[in-house]
Design a protein around this ligand. Structure first.
Ligand code: PNS
Length: 164
């Protein structure tokens, strides 16, 4: 059983993330999506909300499960006997940060490989921050986030709690 971990802050999960998760699920026997703390980001959604959004978006994929973890990604991978970390790579701007992370993670746990999957062209410029910004001004984010959670995300993000 080869387990891969898809880590991220997922604040919130986007169609771009979901595309990577689906593609990882075809490469590995089991994929665990883990919601972690990125210390350089201030989160909008709680851990519980972020886990819930991913669960709703992945419930039709048999070999995918979702968890939250407060700690180092490499400790989590060790705990779950994972063989790989899967991350999506968007435009070149992602590369330096992701490359640095993968090298640090390799130092922390040499047994785990980081596998990069290129983001699909249509999601190249999609990010959680874009979703948050568009929704906060009452814009339609249904094309950016998985269908089952689009309404819930919009309601939670629209300024003042009311859709404009
Ligand atoms: O979606 P993101 O914010 O790019 O994901 C980054 C994340 C959460 C995967 C990364 O910050 C992380 O692995 N956080 C857990 C702590 C850790 O292991 N950091 C790496 C060693 S410095």
């Amino acid at each position: 059983m080869r387990t891969a971990v898809c880590p991220g802050s997922f604040d919130p999960v986007t169609k771009g993330h979901l595309d990577i998760i689906k593609r990882a699920s075809r490469l590995f026997d089991r994929v665990i999506v883990v919601v972690l703390q990125n210390t350089s980001k201030k989160n909008t959604f709680t851990i519980e909300e972020r886990v819930h959004f991913i669960e709703e978006s992945t419930k039709d994929i048999d070999n995918v499960s979702v968890e939250a973890f407060d700690g180092l990604l490499m400790d989590y991978c060790r705990m779950r006997n994972a063989v790989a970390v899967v991350k999506g790579l968007r435009a070149v701007t992602d590369f330096e940060y992701e490359f640095q992370m993968s090298l640090i993670n390799k130092q922390l746990n040499p047994d785990i490989e980081t596998v990069f999957i290129n983001t699909a062209q249509e999601y190249m410029f999609l990010s959680s921050s874009v979703v948050r910004e568009v929704a906060s001004f009452g814009g339609d984010v249904s094309q950016f986030v998985p269908d089952p959670i689009s309404e819930e995300i919009t309601k939670k993000l629209v300024k003042g709690g009311e859709k404009k």
